[in-house]
Ligand binder design. Structure first.
Ligand SMILES: Cc1cc2nc3c(=O)[nH]c(=O)nc-3n(C[C@H](O)[C@H](O)[C@H](O)COP(=O)(O)O)c2cc1C
Length: 306
Protein backbone atom coordinates (compact mmCIF):
# COMPACT_ATOMS: atom_id res chain seq x y z
CA UNK A 1 0.00 0.00 0.00
CA UNK A 2 1.39 3.31 -1.14
CA UNK A 3 2.58 5.35 1.80
CA UNK A 4 2.20 2.47 4.25
CA UNK A 5 4.03 -0.74 3.39
CA UNK A 6 7.59 0.50 3.62
CA UNK A 7 10.14 -1.90 5.07
CA UNK A 8 9.77 -0.96 8.77
CA UNK A 9 5.99 -1.59 8.77
CA UNK A 10 6.29 -4.79 6.70
CA UNK A 11 8.97 -6.06 9.03
CA UNK A 12 6.83 -5.53 12.12
CA UNK A 13 3.86 -7.25 10.50
CA UNK A 14 6.06 -10.22 9.60
CA UNK A 15 7.36 -10.37 13.16
CA UNK A 16 3.80 -10.56 14.50
CA UNK A 17 2.80 -13.27 11.98
CA UNK A 18 5.61 -14.96 10.02
CA UNK A 19 3.23 -16.56 7.49
CA UNK A 20 2.11 -13.16 6.16
CA UNK A 21 2.81 -12.52 2.46
CA UNK A 22 4.12 -8.97 2.09
CA UNK A 23 4.01 -6.64 -0.89
CA UNK A 24 5.93 -3.39 -1.38
CA UNK A 25 4.27 -0.09 -2.16
CA UNK A 26 3.53 0.22 -5.87
CA UNK A 27 6.63 1.42 -7.71
CA UNK A 28 7.00 2.67 -11.26
CA UNK A 29 8.74 0.21 -13.61
CA UNK A 30 9.85 3.20 -15.67
CA UNK A 31 11.41 4.94 -12.65
CA UNK A 32 13.19 1.73 -11.75
CA UNK A 33 14.55 1.43 -15.26
CA UNK A 34 15.86 5.00 -14.99
CA UNK A 35 17.65 3.97 -11.79
CA UNK A 36 15.64 6.30 -9.52
CA UNK A 37 17.22 6.13 -6.05
CA UNK A 38 13.92 7.05 -4.41
CA UNK A 39 12.22 4.08 -6.09
CA UNK A 40 15.00 1.67 -5.15
CA UNK A 41 14.72 2.83 -1.55
CA UNK A 42 10.99 2.02 -1.62
CA UNK A 43 11.58 -1.65 -2.39
CA UNK A 44 14.46 -2.17 0.06
CA UNK A 45 13.83 -4.95 2.53
CA UNK A 46 15.51 -6.93 5.26
CA UNK A 47 15.96 -10.74 5.02
CA UNK A 48 13.30 -11.27 7.72
CA UNK A 49 10.69 -10.11 5.21
CA UNK A 50 11.39 -12.94 2.76
CA UNK A 51 9.17 -16.00 2.40
CA UNK A 52 7.28 -14.14 1.03
CA UNK A 53 7.99 -10.60 -0.02
CA UNK A 54 7.08 -9.28 -3.47
CA UNK A 55 7.66 -6.00 -5.27
CA UNK A 56 4.67 -4.45 -6.97
CA UNK A 57 5.29 -2.56 -10.22
CA UNK A 58 3.05 -0.35 -12.31
CA UNK A 59 3.44 0.97 -15.84
CA UNK A 60 2.50 -0.23 -19.32
CA UNK A 61 5.75 -0.42 -21.23
CA UNK A 62 7.08 -3.91 -21.95
CA UNK A 63 10.72 -2.86 -22.09
CA UNK A 64 10.46 -1.02 -18.79
CA UNK A 65 8.75 -4.06 -17.20
CA UNK A 66 11.45 -6.44 -18.43
CA UNK A 67 14.27 -4.18 -17.25
CA UNK A 68 12.57 -3.60 -13.91
CA UNK A 69 12.13 -7.37 -13.53
CA UNK A 70 15.88 -7.90 -13.93
CA UNK A 71 16.58 -5.33 -11.23
CA UNK A 72 13.96 -6.85 -8.92
CA UNK A 73 15.33 -10.34 -9.52
CA UNK A 74 18.82 -9.14 -8.58
CA UNK A 75 17.41 -7.80 -5.32
CA UNK A 76 16.51 -11.38 -4.35
CA UNK A 77 12.82 -10.90 -3.57
CA UNK A 78 10.25 -13.72 -3.84
CA UNK A 79 7.87 -12.51 -6.53
CA UNK A 80 6.86 -9.64 -8.81
CA UNK A 81 3.32 -8.31 -8.60
CA UNK A 82 1.73 -6.20 -11.33
CA UNK A 83 -0.59 -3.40 -10.29
CA UNK A 84 -3.76 -3.46 -12.39
CA UNK A 85 -5.92 -1.92 -9.70
CA UNK A 86 -4.73 1.57 -8.83
CA UNK A 87 -7.59 4.02 -9.57
CA UNK A 88 -5.71 7.25 -8.84
CA UNK A 89 -6.34 9.77 -11.63
CA UNK A 90 -2.60 10.40 -11.99
CA UNK A 91 -1.81 6.69 -12.52
CA UNK A 92 -4.90 5.93 -14.64
CA UNK A 93 -4.40 9.14 -16.64
CA UNK A 94 -0.96 7.91 -17.72
CA UNK A 95 -2.52 4.64 -18.90
CA UNK A 96 -1.15 2.70 -15.89
CA UNK A 97 -2.66 0.80 -12.94
CA UNK A 98 -6.29 -0.10 -13.52
CA UNK A 99 -6.34 1.68 -16.91
CA UNK A 100 -4.84 -1.60 -18.14
CA UNK A 101 -8.18 -3.33 -17.45
CA UNK A 102 -9.66 -1.49 -20.43
CA UNK A 103 -7.62 -3.68 -22.76
CA UNK A 104 -7.27 -7.18 -21.25
CA UNK A 105 -5.61 -8.63 -24.38
CA UNK A 106 -2.72 -6.16 -24.40
CA UNK A 107 -2.43 -6.52 -20.63
CA UNK A 108 -2.25 -10.31 -20.91
CA UNK A 109 0.49 -9.80 -23.49
CA UNK A 110 2.37 -7.55 -21.06
CA UNK A 111 2.02 -10.17 -18.31
CA UNK A 112 3.25 -12.89 -20.67
CA UNK A 113 6.28 -10.82 -21.69
CA UNK A 114 7.19 -10.36 -18.05
CA UNK A 115 6.64 -14.04 -17.21
CA UNK A 116 8.97 -15.08 -20.04
CA UNK A 117 11.66 -12.62 -18.99
CA UNK A 118 12.02 -13.59 -15.33
CA UNK A 119 12.44 -16.69 -13.21
CA UNK A 120 10.39 -15.09 -10.45
CA UNK A 121 6.67 -15.82 -10.10
CA UNK A 122 4.59 -13.01 -11.61
CA UNK A 123 1.32 -12.26 -9.83
CA UNK A 124 -1.41 -9.72 -10.51
CA UNK A 125 -3.50 -7.45 -8.34
CA UNK A 126 -6.64 -6.27 -10.03
CA UNK A 127 -10.19 -4.97 -9.55
CA UNK A 128 -13.58 -6.28 -10.70
CA UNK A 129 -13.22 -4.23 -13.87
CA UNK A 130 -12.94 -0.61 -14.94
CA UNK A 131 -16.65 0.29 -15.19
CA UNK A 132 -18.34 -3.02 -14.21
CA UNK A 133 -17.53 -6.69 -13.67
CA UNK A 134 -18.91 -8.12 -16.91
CA UNK A 135 -15.49 -9.04 -18.36
CA UNK A 136 -13.91 -10.23 -15.13
CA UNK A 137 -14.00 -13.98 -15.77
CA UNK A 138 -12.68 -13.64 -19.34
CA UNK A 139 -10.01 -11.26 -18.15
CA UNK A 140 -8.94 -13.59 -15.34
CA UNK A 141 -8.72 -16.49 -17.82
CA UNK A 142 -6.52 -14.37 -20.09
CA UNK A 143 -4.23 -13.48 -17.19
CA UNK A 144 -4.02 -17.15 -16.22
CA UNK A 145 -3.15 -18.15 -19.81
CA UNK A 146 -0.49 -15.42 -19.82
CA UNK A 147 1.24 -17.18 -16.93
CA UNK A 148 0.16 -15.27 -13.83
CA UNK A 149 0.96 -17.34 -10.72
CA UNK A 150 -2.01 -16.00 -8.79
CA UNK A 151 -4.62 -13.33 -9.14
CA UNK A 152 -5.66 -11.06 -6.28
CA UNK A 153 -8.95 -9.22 -6.82
CA UNK A 154 -10.26 -6.17 -4.98
CA UNK A 155 -14.06 -6.41 -5.04
CA UNK A 156 -14.66 -2.92 -6.42
CA UNK A 157 -14.52 -1.42 -9.90
CA UNK A 158 -12.08 1.35 -10.79
CA UNK A 159 -14.95 3.81 -11.02
CA UNK A 160 -15.95 2.97 -7.45
CA UNK A 161 -12.44 3.70 -6.20
CA UNK A 162 -12.93 3.08 -2.46
CA UNK A 163 -16.65 3.88 -2.19
CA UNK A 164 -19.47 1.45 -1.43
CA UNK A 165 -18.93 -2.05 -0.13
CA UNK A 166 -16.57 -4.59 -1.71
CA UNK A 167 -18.50 -7.22 -3.68
CA UNK A 168 -16.91 -10.66 -3.34
CA UNK A 169 -19.46 -12.61 -5.43
CA UNK A 170 -17.68 -12.01 -8.76
CA UNK A 171 -14.42 -13.13 -7.10
CA UNK A 172 -16.00 -16.50 -6.16
CA UNK A 173 -17.12 -16.83 -9.80
CA UNK A 174 -13.55 -16.30 -10.99
CA UNK A 175 -12.39 -19.07 -8.65
CA UNK A 176 -14.79 -21.49 -10.38
CA UNK A 177 -13.30 -20.61 -13.77
CA UNK A 178 -9.51 -20.63 -13.32
CA UNK A 179 -6.99 -23.10 -11.86
CA UNK A 180 -4.50 -20.62 -10.42
CA UNK A 181 -4.94 -19.43 -6.83
CA UNK A 182 -7.46 -16.63 -6.40
CA UNK A 183 -7.11 -14.19 -3.51
CA UNK A 184 -10.00 -11.99 -2.43
CA UNK A 185 -9.62 -8.44 -1.17
CA UNK A 186 -11.76 -5.66 0.19
CA UNK A 187 -13.10 -4.55 3.57
CA UNK A 188 -11.67 -7.35 5.70
CA UNK A 189 -11.26 -5.76 9.11
CA UNK A 190 -11.33 -8.81 11.39
CA UNK A 191 -10.43 -12.50 11.39
CA UNK A 192 -14.13 -13.38 11.60
CA UNK A 193 -14.82 -11.44 8.39
CA UNK A 194 -11.80 -13.11 6.75
CA UNK A 195 -13.18 -16.55 7.62
CA UNK A 196 -16.60 -15.68 6.19
CA UNK A 197 -15.15 -14.21 3.03
CA UNK A 198 -12.57 -16.94 2.36
CA UNK A 199 -15.05 -19.65 1.30
CA UNK A 200 -13.28 -21.63 -1.44
CA UNK A 201 -10.76 -18.90 -2.29
CA UNK A 202 -7.05 -19.47 -1.76
CA UNK A 203 -6.38 -16.47 0.40
CA UNK A 204 -7.51 -13.15 1.73
CA UNK A 205 -5.61 -9.93 1.20
CA UNK A 206 -5.83 -7.27 3.88
CA UNK A 207 -4.92 -3.62 3.52
CA UNK A 208 -6.57 -1.01 5.71
CA UNK A 209 -7.60 -3.55 8.34
CA UNK A 210 -3.96 -3.79 9.42
CA UNK A 211 -3.76 -0.12 10.33
CA UNK A 212 -5.92 -0.36 13.42
CA UNK A 213 -4.99 -3.95 14.14
CA UNK A 214 -1.59 -5.19 12.95
CA UNK A 215 -2.36 -8.46 14.79
CA UNK A 216 -5.05 -9.26 12.23
CA UNK A 217 -2.79 -11.56 10.19
CA UNK A 218 -2.06 -13.79 13.18
CA UNK A 219 -5.74 -13.85 14.11
CA UNK A 220 -6.60 -14.83 10.50
CA UNK A 221 -4.11 -17.71 10.53
CA UNK A 222 -5.64 -18.89 13.77
CA UNK A 223 -9.21 -18.90 12.45
CA UNK A 224 -8.11 -20.51 9.18
CA UNK A 225 -6.48 -23.29 11.24
CA UNK A 226 -9.80 -23.75 13.02
CA UNK A 227 -8.60 -22.46 16.40
CA UNK A 228 -11.35 -21.22 18.65
CA UNK A 229 -9.08 -19.51 21.19
CA UNK A 230 -7.65 -16.57 19.28
CA UNK A 231 -4.77 -14.33 20.30
CA UNK A 232 -6.60 -11.71 22.35
CA UNK A 233 -7.15 -8.24 21.01
CA UNK A 234 -3.96 -6.27 21.72
CA UNK A 235 -4.10 -4.02 24.75
CA UNK A 236 -3.34 -0.32 24.52
CA UNK A 237 0.10 -1.06 26.01
CA UNK A 238 0.77 -3.66 23.24
CA UNK A 239 -0.31 -1.24 20.55
CA UNK A 240 1.79 1.62 21.88
CA UNK A 241 4.71 -0.77 22.08
CA UNK A 242 4.12 -1.61 18.41
CA UNK A 243 4.27 2.11 17.58
CA UNK A 244 7.51 2.51 19.57
CA UNK A 245 9.10 -0.34 17.61
CA UNK A 246 7.78 1.17 14.39
CA UNK A 247 9.38 4.49 15.35
CA UNK A 248 12.70 2.72 16.14
CA UNK A 249 12.79 0.87 12.81
CA UNK A 250 11.66 3.89 10.81
CA UNK A 251 14.34 6.04 12.47
CA UNK A 252 16.94 3.38 11.66
CA UNK A 253 15.63 3.18 8.07
CA UNK A 254 15.82 6.94 7.47
CA UNK A 255 15.76 9.35 10.41
CA UNK A 256 13.64 10.52 13.34
CA UNK A 257 11.92 13.29 11.42
CA UNK A 258 10.81 10.91 8.67
CA UNK A 259 9.78 8.33 11.28
CA UNK A 260 7.46 10.80 12.99
CA UNK A 261 5.90 11.90 9.69
CA UNK A 262 5.37 8.23 8.74
CA UNK A 263 3.73 7.42 12.04
CA UNK A 264 1.35 10.40 12.00
CA UNK A 265 -1.00 8.72 9.52
CA UNK A 266 -1.02 5.53 11.60
CA UNK A 267 -1.95 7.59 14.66
CA UNK A 268 -4.77 9.21 12.71
CA UNK A 269 -6.28 5.74 12.10
CA UNK A 270 -5.58 4.23 15.49
CA UNK A 271 -6.36 6.99 17.98
CA UNK A 272 -10.12 6.46 18.06
CA UNK A 273 -12.67 4.86 20.30
CA UNK A 274 -11.15 5.41 23.73
CA UNK A 275 -11.42 8.10 26.39
CA UNK A 276 -9.64 11.25 25.27
CA UNK A 277 -8.77 9.74 21.85
CA UNK A 278 -9.58 12.93 19.90
CA UNK A 279 -7.26 15.04 22.02
CA UNK A 280 -4.37 12.54 21.80
CA UNK A 281 -4.94 12.09 18.07
CA UNK A 282 -4.80 15.82 17.57
CA UNK A 283 -1.39 15.98 19.23
CA UNK A 284 0.01 12.84 17.62
CA UNK A 285 -0.87 13.80 14.05
CA UNK A 286 1.41 16.81 14.54
CA UNK A 287 4.15 15.04 16.48
CA UNK A 288 7.63 16.37 15.69
CA UNK A 289 9.96 14.29 17.85
CA UNK A 290 10.31 10.93 19.53
CA UNK A 291 10.38 12.57 22.96
CA UNK A 292 7.04 14.25 22.24
CA UNK A 293 5.55 10.94 21.07
CA UNK A 294 6.77 9.14 24.22
CA UNK A 295 5.25 11.89 26.38
CA UNK A 296 1.82 11.54 24.76
CA UNK A 297 2.04 7.73 25.07
CA UNK A 298 2.69 8.03 28.82
CA UNK A 299 -0.37 10.22 29.18
CA UNK A 300 -2.51 7.75 27.18
CA UNK A 301 -1.42 4.83 29.34
CA UNK A 302 -2.14 6.79 32.51
CA UNK A 303 -5.59 7.70 31.12
CA UNK A 304 -6.62 4.18 30.08
CA UNK A 305 -5.36 2.71 33.38
CA UNK A 306 -7.41 5.17 35.48
C1 LIG B 1 -3.69 4.49 1.13
C2 LIG B 1 -3.85 3.29 0.21
C3 LIG B 1 -2.77 2.91 -0.58
C4 LIG B 1 -2.89 1.82 -1.43
N1 LIG B 1 -1.83 1.45 -2.19
C5 LIG B 1 -1.92 0.35 -2.97
C6 LIG B 1 -0.79 -0.09 -3.72
O1 LIG B 1 0.30 0.51 -3.70
N2 LIG B 1 -0.96 -1.21 -4.49
C7 LIG B 1 -2.14 -1.92 -4.52
O2 LIG B 1 -2.23 -2.94 -5.19
N3 LIG B 1 -3.21 -1.50 -3.84
C8 LIG B 1 -3.11 -0.40 -3.07
N4 LIG B 1 -4.21 0.00 -2.34
C9 LIG B 1 -5.46 -0.79 -2.41
C10 LIG B 1 -5.44 -1.90 -1.35
O3 LIG B 1 -4.40 -2.81 -1.62
C11 LIG B 1 -6.75 -2.67 -1.32
O4 LIG B 1 -6.98 -3.24 -2.57
C12 LIG B 1 -7.94 -1.81 -0.93
O5 LIG B 1 -7.62 -0.88 0.09
C13 LIG B 1 -9.11 -2.69 -0.46
O6 LIG B 1 -8.69 -3.57 0.56
P1 LIG B 1 -8.82 -3.24 2.13
O7 LIG B 1 -10.27 -2.95 2.39
O8 LIG B 1 -8.32 -4.49 2.82
O9 LIG B 1 -7.96 -2.05 2.40
C14 LIG B 1 -4.12 1.09 -1.50
C15 LIG B 1 -5.19 1.51 -0.71
C16 LIG B 1 -5.08 2.59 0.14
C17 LIG B 1 -6.26 2.99 0.97
Amino acid sequence: MAGYTESPFRRLIKELEPSTVLVSELVSAEAMRRGSEKTMRMIEYVPEELNFYGVQIFGNDKTAFVEAAKIIEDQGVDFIDINLGCPSPKVVGSGHGSALLKDPDSTADLIHTLVKSTSLPVTVKTRLGFYDDKDLIDTAKKFEAAGATWIAIHGRTTKQRFTGVANWDPIYEVKKNVSIPVIGNGDVTSAAIARNRLQDLDGVMIGRGSWRNPWIFRQCREVFEGKTELTPKPTMADQLDFFRKHADLATEFKNEKWAMIELRKHFAHFMRGFRGAAQYRDRLIRVESRAEMDQVFQEILAEVQK
